[in-house]
Each structure stands twice: as C-alpha cells, then as structure tokens.
Design a protein around this ligand. Sequence first.
Ligand code: HEM
Length: 507
Amino acid sequence: MELNAGFRILLYALLVITSTVGVAFVVFSWLLYRFNGKYGHLPCPRPTSFFFGHLSHINAVSKKMDMQTLTLMHQWMRDLGPVYCIRFILQPMVICSNPPTVKKVCLDSRHLKPRALYDFFYSVFGQRFLGLGLVSQVNHEKWHTRRALLNPAFNRKYLKQMMDLFDESATRLRDHLIPLADDKTLVRMLEHFNNVALDVIGKVGFDMDINAVENSDCPFPSAVALALQGINVAFQNPLTLVDPRSKARQYRRSVRDAVKLVRNIGQDCIEKRREAKKKGEELPKDILTCILQAEDDVGQKIEMAELLDEFVTFFLAGHETTSNLLAFTLLEIGRHKDVAKRLKDEVDEVLGSKSIIEYSDLSKLEYMSRVFKETMRLNPPVSGLSRVLASDVQSCGYVIPKGTTIMFMTYVTSRLEEFFDDPLLFNPDRFIPTDETPRHFFAYYPFAIGQRNCIGQQIALIESKVILAKLLQSFDFRLEQSQRHIILREVTNKPIDGCKNYISLRD
Ligand code: HEM
C-alpha cells in the first residue's frame, strides 16, 4: 500500500515537471514563432541554437583568439549583406553597415541608446559607478541639457590653454622610460599608456596629481583599474552578479570598495574646489573649473552625485580609449617600418630637439594625424554604436521594426571594399584630404556620430599627438616577436599581449 502511495507521488511529481517543461517549451516556441514573424524577413546567420540563438556560437567564438567576435561580425556581413539579424535567446539585434542608415538613425535623436546595455555602467555590483553621467544617460532631454553645460570645457580653444599640462605628463612618461631604454628590457607599453592617460585626465580635468606613471600601485590608479575590470567581468559574465560563492562575494566587495574610493576622492576634489570658488581664490584652469563656471552662467547647479557621475565618466571614458589608441598605433608602427620612418622624419622636422611641444606644432604633424586615423580604422578602441529604433526604419530594402536594437560597427564598415580601397592594407595616406566627399562618410566613425559623439575627442587627439611625438623624439621602438596583432574585445578594444616592445635611445 505504502509503496503504491510513494509511487503515486513520484508519478504526480513527474507529471507536474513534464507538463511544466512542456508548457514552457510551447510558450517559448510560440514566442520564437512570433519573433520569426517579426524578424524572419531579415537575413540571419547560421548556426543558431534553438534556445540561445546566436549567443552560444558567439560565446564559443570569443573564446578562440584566432576568431574573435569582431571577425565573426565582419564575416557575417560579407556573407549576408549590409543588414542582418542575430538573436540572444529572444532578444533580437540587427547589425547594419549601410551608411545612409547610420546617418538616418544616428542623426535622429528619437532613437535612444539602449537602456539595458547602459545599465551595466550605471552601477557595478550594486555600487553607483558611471550613474547618470554623459555616457550612460539615455534620457535625451536630460542628456542634452548636461551636454550643453559641459561642451565649453571640451572645446579646442579652452584645451589649448592647457598645452603645458599635456606636455608635462608626456615628459614624465618619457623620463620614466629612459632607464628601460636598453634594448633588452621588455616593456608592455599599454600599461605605460594607461598610466599616462590617467595622469592627463587627472590634471587636465581636475588639477589632480595622480602620477600613475611613476606610481601605478598607489590607491587611485589601482582602484580605477579594479573598477574597470569589474565592469568587464559583469559585462562578459553576468552570472558573476549573483554567484553565491565566497570568492565571488569577496571579489564583488573589492570592486565596490574600489568604486567607493574613486567617488570619495572625486567628492573631496569637487568640495575643495567649490569651497575655493566661494572664497574667491584663484582657480586652476581645468575642466572642473569650466563646469563650475558654466553652472553659474546658466544658474543651474549640478547635484554632487551627478557631478561625481561625470568625474567617474571622464576617467573611465577618457583613459583606456586613448591609451588603446596609442598602443595600437605603436603596434602598427612596429609592423610597418616605412610608416615609422616617415613619422620620425616628420617629428624631427617639426620639433627637432625642442623640449616643450606647443599647440601650434600639433597641426604641423599632419602625417601623424593620418596615422592615428588609419590606426582607428583597423583597430577602433570602441567597436560601434547602438540605438533602439523609435519607429520602423527602411534599410537596403528591409523594414527594421520599431523597438529593435540596432548596432552599427565602425570596425566592420571600415574593412569593406565599398568604402576603402584595399581595406586591409595599413595606408595612412588614404586620409589625405581631397575636394571630394570621402566614400567612407558615415562608414568610419571611431568617435561616434551625431549628437552623442565623443565629447573628449579633442583631448584624445591632442594628448595622443603630444605623447607619441615626445616618445619618437627620444626613442626607437622594436616590437617583441611574440606580440600578436589581435584585438582583445572588452568594454573597449585593446591589443592583446599589451604591446610588448624593446626600447632604445635614438642616436
Ligand atoms: C581615442 C580615444 C577615444 C575614443 C576612440 C572615443 C570614442 C567614443 C565613442 C565611440 C563614444 C560613443 C559611445 C557610446 O555610444 O556609448 C564616446 C563617447 C564619449 N566619450 Fe569618448 N573616446 C575617446 C576619448 C575620450 C576622452 C579622452 C574623453 C574624456 C575625457 C571621452 C569622453 C567621452 C564621453 C563623456 C562620451 C559620452 C558623450 C555623450 O554621449 O555625450 N572620450 N567616445
């Protein structure tokens, strides 16, 4: 009798589980059917997993270093054409490489940044991080008001007055590298570029002497590095957010502490400056002073929490992107001896042995400008842009439905023959200006496009020129043989292996 009762319970349990799974399967299949009805007209790459869509394939590929996600996107584009759709479980994403569509969508402020993606930056492991700073604010009106207030601090004319600060940081890096310039010591240049970029943002933005170049282990640079790593980890493996194991909990705590430290240092800096301003003291010429001045001009105070969001945003958006650009450039110079020679000749001609680089020197480094452009064409520090469509959009004969997340990838379009002759060839001279509108208009956008373009691009370009010119005045670089030319895709794109070089002093 008892056996029968137990057997019956087991049978019921089995029945409940089977029917739950069955119902879930039917619901999922129905949702997938609706999904296919909405997106079935768009080309879609194979293979897909019934449940995960393209997610499992992308994950598998991203683990293989010789076939990364970016390469896969490029290959799909070649196989399927300029518009195709991929699926993450039931979340569609349309990838588009059609310049008129890039123009139509990115210049229309109704199409917003996707909230789900930028929530990753709002906080990390529960600790407010970039918050509602310029990068992660998706509300257009709020973003627009803030951007208008911050724009003057990033314009070329204002930055021009800070040339000595850019030059000082570059000089410190050069001096720091001199003892390593024995042609034998292996130097991971990406680390040094990360440090100098942090110093530049600290100084130009907030009159802070971080001095990461000489002291990268001190609390602030270490905390920024850990916080960034935390975002990468959360982004690439969202399960870390809920992993109950003690090691994972400990890691999350250490990232939260790092973020708190960065924000506390920011708060201290901002409070001191507000106090100094109140007392009528002379203020340093930096971005923070310009922001506080703009607050007065428009009669609108930014809350401390939001000012801190901008503080963190500038450090995060501004330092890795620029250091990756410098590292990729050094990698390309190492692979192309003719480019290295022309660059050095230009630096010698424009600067000679001049010890301080002036603003007026920068526009004369024309070939260097083209080298940076070409480097970002093949190795963009940020792979692309995404928007959620506020209305149906026509592209290449397809209707992309309202509500779809669409992604435009400068990495992919910059490698297409339609826009660049012999696209895989590193040829800075393709950017020599001509009277004609370039074919690559709206196909090449390393600093984004439209209103939400990069506010810091002038800083990045001034900084990169000053640093590279200063280093080429003093050093020869030789790439270490095992250094691979592979892009590591994290929140930003960086050269894998850290751009390993041997350095020697120039004759
Ligand atoms: C080579 C260096 C850089 C590259 C390639 C780059 C690229 C980009 C790109 C592609 C975006 C759009 C991101 C998106 O759609 O979410 C962006 C936005 C932004 N960047 Fe940069 N960036 C660089 C340097 C900098 C620097 C030095 C700063 C600041 C100090 C900075 C601050 C920002 C900010 C605040 C935004 C958000 C702008 C807005 O939405 O109003 N970036 N950048």
